[in-house]
Design a protein around this ligand. Structure first.
Ligand code: ZN
Ligand code: ZN
Length: 347
């Protein structure tokens, strides 16, 4: 089948649930939304009915507002039953922010990939008052302008613990190929990668539901970025590998609940587009670096829109990831200029 034969994306539940409300996507499967102070606006969380208690998939950030929302959700759609298990799809703060809160308040177990557990626990304990040397070196190599760099060096950076509750020791490890029972269904576990390392996706064996976290989003491409903690990584290669591996699982009748935006059908089309978007972006980038460029000089071919301050960091790490991929597969060269920034050029 060619991509044009796939059904277009459809959004069957157009209204985002309000605080204290849930949408029943299927029997025993509730969709709720938690607020975010970011352009994404909200994160989707799923509650799976286990009879005496709930399994949550992802939690939102830990803020005063989130705690208030959760109290409304617990007494409202969750009917006062406790949360006995939280499954984290991946380690990002909008997903793991309230895990520790549920562990301490409800005695919930934390189910996660080993990478998610280790990274989230490490990051929540790692409080920084000023940017690390590794971060400054990475921003320099990305070509961040001197003025912006100097300003950032004086500022307290974004800290994971600002929006993530302390996460206690201990988790139940989730691995590729396992089957998890929750919400009256068996779920096949398939690990994503690239947006976040060892990212859990859940595929129901008993009906048509897929809980995809940020691995598969409708209408926006998940951020793929190189981070100071692993500056030589090639997350785009990992992303493309995961997409190619997950694509054959996709069915037209699948209802997908991603980490952001609305639940949708049209997964075969979406998988094809997610892969194609990056390949066309890489081709535009190849043209753009026929003359040497730094990463921050490569926003226009990738994003085709103005990059405002609030998304500058996301754009920078994504541009860097695309350039690094071209370098790692031998399609671009990389040399340091006098300012300590990498210049990337098509080969
Ligand atoms: Zn994420
Ligand atoms: Zn997210």
């Amino acid at each position: 089948m060619s991509p044009s034969d796939h059904a277009p994306l459809k959004f069957h539940w157009p209204d985002v649930p309000e605080p204290g409300e849930a949408v029943e996507i299927a029997d025993g499967v509730l969709w709720m939304a938690m607020p975010l102070d970011s352009p994404l606006k909200w994160i989707n969380v799923v509650a799976l009915d286990d009879g005496d208690s709930w399994t949550l998939v992802d939690t939102g950030t830990h803020t005063k507002r989130s705690v208030g929302y959760w109290e409304l959700n617990l007494s409202g759609p969750l009917k006062g039953k406790p949360v006995s298990r939280v499954i984290s799809t991946h380690h990002h703060p909008d997903h793991v922010g309230m895990v520790g809160w549920f562990m301490q308040k409800h005695g919930a177990e934390h189910w996660a990939s080993r990478t998610c557990y280790l990274l989230s626990r490490m990051l929540v304990l790692d409080v920084e008052d000023r940017p690390t040397e590794a971060a400054i070196r990475y921003w320099t190599r990305a070509g961040m302008p001197a003025e912006r760099l100097a300003q950032r060096m004086q500022e307290r950076p974004y800290n994971f613990s600002d929006v993530v509750h302390y996460i206690p020791t201990g988790h139940i490890r989730i691995q590729q190929g396992e089957i998890i029972r929750a919400g009256g269904r068996d779920w096949d576990i398939h690990m994503g990668n690239g947006h976040a390392a060892e990212h859990v996706t859940m595929w129901s064996r008993d009906d048509n539901l897929v809980i995809a976290g940020d691995q598969i989003l409708p209408t926006i491409s998940p951020n793929i970025g190189v981070q100071p903690a692993e500056p030589e990584a090639d997350p785009l290669a990992e992303w493309l590998e995961a997409c190619e591996r997950l694509k054959p699982l996709a069915r037209e009748d699948h209802v997908v609940i991603g980490g952001h935006k609305l639940p949708f059908t049209g997964l075969p089309r979406r998988m094809t587009d997610l892969i194609a978007n990056h390949h066309t972006g890489l081709n535009r980038l190849m043209d753009h670096i026929s003359e040497p460029k730094t990463a921050v000089q490569c926003f226009s071919p990738l994003f085709k829109r103005e990059i405002v301050d609030s998304i500058y960091g996301l754009a920078m790490v994504e541009a860097y990831a695309h350039l690094q991929h071209l370098y790692k597969i031998g399609r671009a060269s990389r040399t340091l200029n006098d300012d300590g920034a990498y210049l990337w050029q098509a080969i």
